[in-house]
Design a protein around this ligand. Structure first.
Ligand code: ZN
Length: 325
């Protein structure tokens, strides 16, 4: 192994040792050549890697590989799934071919999930990337702060006059109960210790504060349909993948209650999935972008996805609101 690892002997979510081996795979996006074993917890249905890279080597993994593939989907692109499309104007939705996604969100949403952020609240975006949530939070009259481990992204945000703290939620020196709302979009699956991640989220939130979380859904129908070619295995960057059940279990053990959740399949995720082809081990993946600029094609494919998502819990993304007890 290129990086030092420790073998997980139990589920990082519920500690059960009852698990099933799914398969062994390699990095199909950035070319890290090692093999990783994907396990499924038989108790909470979380999926996780047997091989956990030791914490002080993870930054080395990301510096060497992550985002350095010229044709890989950027982390910003993957993060878009959390975007509250229904908050956009109708014209803007049409422009970006997202109308069905927006309407699905409108009809199926639990309103609690709509980033109900109000004037004056203190919001921390955990793993904020380049800070695309900031303008939506600021537009609601709330105060936005980013937390990001990528120093370049941090500096770019600061250059826009916004506050961005450099670091990880697991280790950053943040005050207790300092925030009303946390956003964590496409982040927790990267954490090798999700309980440490969640306990620190609970620590920095005030009691009654909300965590808006978005992560791939390990019970997605796409996982079943595509098997090893499912794009969200994304080893070794994704360490743990959650089902609604395992998220509930994680929340309970870390001081949270899952107030609401839904699952949905972002259109661009489905497009990436269709464009997937497995590279040779050690090579970066080629990602065909099947998005067409026209209006009709994205609209038809998005409508099909929304109909599929009506099957309870089968969407590719798990969107949840958790309340800090
Ligand atoms: Zn488990």
């Amino acid at each position: 192994m290129e990086f030092e690892i420790v073998e997980r002997v139990e589920c990082p979510v519920c500690s059960s040792r009852d698990r099933r081996k799914l398969f062994t795979i390699y990095d199909d996006r950035y070319g890290q050549p090692d093999l990783y074993t994907v396990l499924e917890c038989q108790r909470c249905k979380a999926c996780y890697l047997r091989e956990a890279i030791v914490p002080d080597q993870i930054s080395g993994l990301y510096e060497k590989y992550y985002g350095y593939s010229s044709n890989g989907p950027s982390s910003t692109m993957l993060r878009r799934s959390s975007f509250p499309w229904h908050s956009l104007s109708f014209v803007r939705r049409l422009e970006i071919g997202k109308q069905w996604e927006a309407w699905y969100g409108y009809w199926t949403r639990n309103r609690a999930l709509d980033w109900q952020i109000v004037n004056g609240e203190r919001v921390l975006d955990v793993g904020c990337g380049y800070g695309h949530t900031a303008k939506h939070v600021v537009a609601r009259g709330a105060h936005w702060t980013g937390l990001e481990v990528d120093i370049e992204a941090c500096q770019a945000i600061r250059g826009r006059g916004l506050e961005c703290i450099h670091g990880l939620i697991e280790t950053a020196d943040l005050p207790n109960e300092a925030y009303d709302v946390l956003i964590a979009s496409q982040v927790i699956e990267h954490s090798s210790e999700p309980r440490t991640f969640m306990k620190n989220c609970a620590r920095v939130l005030r009691p009654g504060g909300r965590l808006f979380l978005n992560t791939p859904n390990s019970s997605s129908r796409y996982r079943l349909a595509y098997g090893q070619a499912w794009i969200h295995w994304f080893v070794p960057y994704h360490q743990v993948l959650f089902s609604p059940q395992s998220l509930e279990c994680l929340g309970q053990s870390c001081g949270f209650l899952v107030r609401a959740y839904r699952t949905e399949t972002p259109t661009h995720w489905a497009n990436l999935q269709r464009g997937y082809s497995r590279p040779l081990r050690g090579e970066a993946g080629a990602w065909a972008n099947k998005n067409t600029p026209g209006m009709l094609q994205p609209s038809v494919s998005s409508l099909k996805l929304r109909l599929g998502d009506l099957r309870e819990g089968s969407g590719d993304a798990l969107v949840a609101e958790l309340v800090r007890l």
